[in-house]
Design a binder for this molecule. Structure first.
Ligand code: TRP
Length: 340
């Protein structure tokens, strides 16, 4: 991937408030996004609550997850005085822009979206045919890429850090914005996606990719005793402490690399390679390194969760800033399409 000049970029990304972050999210998405925000000229991060509505159908749950996700990002280092931090639902312009973009978006483009295709494929596998392949799929899922395009285009995000699964959505945003500009004039800024390269695959406690759906995840914020139990459950082979082991083959070492200092990493590596480092001791070191990394964030997280008005204040200030640009974008769009 080409090196991107971030000194002029407006980095923008959204997070669905649908689950508590686990260590895989933290290492693979949250930490790099916060680092990127610090390098970029400007950064925007929002809670994609209207996207969550496709999944969550309970008022309390949606509210709780919104605060939980906001508190998580703030606790893990998001600086709301640097990053414009807001709720999607506080920016009404996004939804009017969605309506406008819908008029220039081919239905066939939505048919090709991965999330929609995955849902219809599942129905087909279950034996559904004809109109029934759309069983249980709502329009929110179907038109998801248009709303996501509006999320990006309204505040004029130029660089969108995403996981690989979201690249297609950013490409669709470019397609949709390109159609609009082609029809009405150069109003919308076309964004680039940005995939962080370094992190690779983060294993869960069973060695598969860490994912809530596999049940092998370690939540970022949890009771220390519970976390210790999870770390101790990490799957290993049956090599004895004094036997040499390949560190690159070990889930413990792979996780340790993201939390330990260079000297600590080298020490565990040597212990594995030369023999003398047992799995039990390695797990203990891993647990301690995770605890050290998350000690301060955990405190902050609990304080923030107990003070929702404080979170609200930041989100409202962020929304005010994001709306300034969104209003301007919407104004320009309305003008070129012939609405006053
Ligand atoms: N679709 C993203 C996800 O599922 C979340 C999201 C919504 C987003 N709108 C966005 C990400 C705009 C980047 C830009 O993770």
């Amino acid at each position: 991937m080409k090196k991107m000049d971030l000194s002029k970029a407006r980095v923008l990304t959204g997070v669905k408030p649908t689950e508590a972050p686990h260590v895989g999210n933290y290492i693979g998405a949250i930490r790099p996004a916060i680092e990127l925000a610090a390098q970029a000229a400007e950064s925007y991060l929002f809670i994609a609550d209207y996207h969550a509505l496709n999944i969550i159908r309970d008022a309390k749950e949606l509210k709780d997850y919104t605060y939980l996700v906001a508190a998580s990002w703030l606790a893990l280092g998001l600086d709301p005085s640097r990053t414009v931090f807001y709720r999607q639902s506080d920016i009404p312009e996004i939804f009017e822009i969605t309506t406008i973009l819908s008029a220039v978006t081919p239905k066939g483009l939505m048919n090709r979206a991965h999330a929609y295709k995955a849902a219809t494929d599942k129905n087909k596998e279950a034996g559904k045919t004809g109109n029934d392949v759309d069983l249980g799929i709502n329009m929110g899922l179907y038109t998801y890429p248009i709303l996501m395009a509006a999320d990006i285009l309204a505040p004029r995000g130029t660089v969108v850090p995403v996981g690989k699964d979201q690249i297609q959505h950013v490409e669709m945003t470019r397609d949709i914005a390109g159609s609009f500009n082609h029809l009405f004039g150069d109003v919308l800024a076309l964004p680039d996606f940005y995939v962080q390269e370094s992190t690779g695959l983060l294993p869960g406690i069973d060695g598969q990719k860490m994912s809530k759906s596999y049940g092998n995840h370690v939540p970022v914020f949890m009771d220390s005793k519970q976390r210790r139990k999870l770390v101790m459950k990490i799957v290993t082979d049956s090599k004895q402490p004094d036997e040499p082991k390949d560190p690159d083959d070990s889930i413990i070492y792979q996780l340790y690399c993201h939390f330990a200092t260079d000297a600590e990493k080298a020490e565990m590596r040597r212990g594995f390679e030369e023999g003398g480092m047992g799995y039990g001791d390695a797990k203990k070191l891993l647990f301690e390194a995770i605890e050290r990394d998350l000690e301060e964030p955990s405190k902050l997280y609990n304080e923030l969760l107990a003070d929702r008005p404080k979170i609200d204040k930041w989100l409202e200030e962020g929304a005010e800033k994001a709306r300034e640009t969104a209003q301007k974008t919407l104004h320009d769009m309305r003008h070129v399409i012939g609405l006053s």
